[in-house]
Design a protein around this ligand. Sequence first.
Ligand code: FMN
Length: 323
Amino acid sequence: MRLKKLKIGRTELPGNLLLAPMADVTNLAFRLLCRQYGADMTYTEMINVDALLNESRKSFIRGVSSPEDRPFGIQLVGSCPEKLREAALIVEEEYRPEVIDINMGCPAKCITGAGCGSALLNSPELIYEIISELTDALKTPVSAKIRLLGREEKTLEIARLIEKAGASALTVHGRTAAQMYSGSSNLIEIKAVKNELSIPVIANGDIRDEESAERTLELTGCDGLMIGRAAMGNPVIFRRIRYYLENGEKLEADKQSRQLEDFEKYVTLIEEHNLLSSINLRMHAHWFTRGLPGSRQVREKINGLTDGKAITELMRSSCQEKY
Ligand SMILES: Cc1cc2nc3c(=O)[nH]c(=O)nc-3n(C[C@H](O)[C@H](O)[C@H](O)COP(=O)(O)O)c2cc1C
């Protein structure tokens, strides 16, 4: 199946491969890297509206995006329609994203305990209120990202309400919140949502390579694919999937050194955008060394380091020594 163009709100994307919002992963530097490899649209990590409204606003959202980070979506997590509106107006004014997405899928206790993320799926009326409030107040198109509800009719009810309230797109992760990440993404139920709505529906869950991307597009008939975990430490996945969908054949396997070269690019972007954080670098270093010979020793050494510069130097020297 060929790559399709995807239109979200006013924005026509050249393709339909999207980077999922992922907390602690999809910062500006990582999104820019995925973009270099052909991600058509990327989403920020979820931004908690209570934190945004309580903290010094400008400093809280500093470094969220930059002019070359286009097109992109900002994802908000919250449950109070008025606070979501207030926060959305702030990020709209500051960054002019192509879309503002509402997290209705996160199953983490710290999020659902506050009535946010997937907890919203138990309150269809509140979901309708939130999306209506935002679509009335914003110039920016609004989208939502949900999980399945366990019974197809319930999932379809929520999907219909989101569309009726004025959303421009809907992403569906084909698992229930109770499943967390167990089992596999239910493509049949994602397809049912796609068939029910007129707005673009984006399929998410378990797209990890060329074949799973093609299968997800074919089985769901969705307008776009959203890729999460498989992009961690592996931004080249966008190029590989894009090439396969366009040409029907795979690119040659990447050399192992690519992962470390990509980590170097990531570090350079982190430095350029003043986002240096040793915890974040350590996490990304783990993902970027996955599967490489000698990676265990490199990771052990990295774990002992707290200084961002030291981590990058260690990675650079391992890169030169080994590959
Ligand atoms: C580390 C991590 C952080 C995540 N953070 C978010 C988030 O901030 N917002 C969100 O909607 N989903 C979040 N997710 C869920 C992903 O966006 C995606 O729905 C899920 O991982 C399934 O897609 P995949 O199989 O391609 O990974 C996160 C997932 C992971 C693994």
